[in-house]
Design a binder for this molecule. Structure first.
Ligand code: UDX
Length: 458
């Protein structure tokens, strides 16, 4: 642990202003990072600037945090026609509040010139305004990337592929490898199926106009070496790989929804490694047909399961009214259906043997940390990229075809078959490497230490 004096902290103070978009998969890693930085006792203030939608609960965080509401009027997401529209409004509306706040601090500091203070802005890739405002005020800014490193070049190459008529992808090319992005195939590219103008707009919006002072990546060096090399070649700024952030410091729950703790008492009664845990994250929506196939597959697999059906995640239904009555009864015999689970605890439980996931990056890191093999059902964006890596590179995942017979078979293969044994072994090897990376002298441990030193050098 460094002390403020060691870093000349008595002379120059550092204030951190952090902001993440109001999405579960972005807010959680940002809060973990903020909690970690707070625990160092090296910074004069830590401010969390947040949107109206899904605001953090101050009583759940260290008393040293200050919360800055950005009055962005995005609390009802249903009013937005697309994700781009939402992110654009978020940026347009948050910007003036954020800028006012920073200007006030900078001006206050000029008046009290006896003690110098550096402000460092840390933001996720969707809160682009924060980096722009920092640039305008001459302050250092750091981007926290909450998705995989491999997603970054895969998204950034799309405008080039478009120019070369390789995107939108022709059916005959879908199974081919994208030469620049080995091992990704054209079918693994993010944004497939989105309207082209929306894709270009999104990529343009989230590409930093001026490079940030540094990147923090919620990943590990050993997981994605080639993507990280590529990014380091492109950006001549420090890139700190600090994942998995959910394990760097114990943090109270960051869930936007109430976690159903019955999951744990129910799991306590199940046999070791027998349960398949099913969750498609905080954003994915499935239609009735897909969800019904999932239900039949689960019921017919004869394995115990926990299935998270987030309210509203099955299009056209409040919750599980889409299940035919007989099936609903049958499912309750063998499994548990909940609205939201304490996922990290569930994955850490001895009874869980497989994770059927949409391959969101946080879920992937959480599964890797617990050494749990994955059944992959990617929906969009980075999830397809991660699915390819899970199944092809890290070999701790298998892609699931959403049809009841296929599902039933895959669940048994992963939970009880020989193939599952091998995947479990791979997952345990990866778990071991993740633990080494986090422990004293490991890559993530060192990277975090270097990041703290980097802030103190600003
Ligand atoms: C989104 C994208 O989908 C993801 O790919 C991107 O990398 C980040 O933003 P999301 O879809 O929500 O996130 O998935 P994921 O990144 O896996 O994050 C979900 C988080 O919610 C995880 O931390 C998980 O532990 C938590 N969760 C999920 C629960 O706590 N309970 C649940 O029942 C389900």
């Amino acid at each position: 642990q460094h002390t403020a004096a060691e870093h000349g902290g008595t002379r120059r103070r550092r204030r951190l202003v952090l902001t993440a978009s109001p999405l579960q998969g972005h807010m959680t890693p940002m809060i973990h990072l903020a909690t970690f930085l707070h625990s160092k006792s090296l910074f004069s203030a830590i401010t969390i600037a947040h949107s109206d939608l899904n605001p953090p609960d101050p009583s759940n965080h260290p008393p040293g945090f200050t919360f800055l509401p950005l009055r962005d009027n995005t609390s009802d997401r249903s009013g937005f026609v697309s994700g781009v529209d939402f992110v654009q409004s978020l940026n347009d509306n948050c910007r003036p509040w954020f800028k006012d706040h920073l200007v006030q601090i900078v001006n206050g500091e000029k008046e009290a010139s006896d003690q110098k203070e550096t402000i460092v802005v840390i933001h996720d890739d969707l809160m682009c305004f924060a980096g722009e405002v920092a640039g305008e005020l001459g302050l250092p800014s750091v981007i926290l990337r909450t998705s995989s490193a491999s997603f970054f070049p895969a998204a950034n190459i799309i405008p080039q592929l478009y120019q070369e008529s390789r995107f939108p992808v022709q059916d005959s090319m879908l199974q081919e490898i994208v030469p620049e992005l080995h091992p990704l195939r054209y079918k693994d590219l993010p944004f497939i199926g989105f309207p082209m103008n929306q894709i270009l707009e999104t990529i343009n919006m989230i590409t930093p106009k001026t490079p940030p002072s540094a990147f923090l990546w919620n990943t590990l060096e050993f997981l994605e070496p080639s993507a990280l090399t590529r990014i380091r070649e492109q950006y001549q700024v420090p890139i700190f790989t600090v994942g998995p952030l959910h394990k760097i410091i114990p943090t109270p729950s960051t869930s936007f929804l109430d976690e159903d703790t019955n999951c744990i008492t129910w799991l306590d009664k199940q046999a070791p490694k027998s349960v398949v845990y099913v969750s498609l994250g905080s954003l994915a929506n499935a239609d009735e047909k897909t969800s019904t196939e999932m239900a039949w597959g689960l019921a017919n697999s004869n394995q115990p399961f926990i299935w998270v059906v987030r309210p509203g995640s099955v299009r056209g239904f409040e919750w599980i009214e889409f299940l035919p009555e007989g099936l609903a009864v049958e499912m309750k015999v063998r499994g548990l259906i909940v609205k939201w689970a304490p996922q990290k605890e569930v994955l850490a439980h001895f009874a869980v043997g497989g994770f059927w996931s949409h391959c969101g990056w946080n879920s992937t890191l959480e599964s890797a940390f617990e050494g749990i093999p994955m059944l992959c059902q990617p929906f969009k964006l980075d999830q397809k990229v991660t699915c390819r890596y899970l199944c092809h590179e890290w070999k701790m995942g298998v892609e699931i075809v959403v049809e009841r017979g296929e599902i039933e078979g895959v669940i048994r293969r992963v939970l009880v078959g020989k193939e599952g044994e091998e995947m479990k072994q791979r997952a345990l090897e990866i778990q071991e490497k993740v633990k080494v990376a986090l422990s004293y002298g490991g890559s993530s441990y060192n990277s975090l230490k270097e990041f703290v030193e980097y802030i103190l050098s600003q």
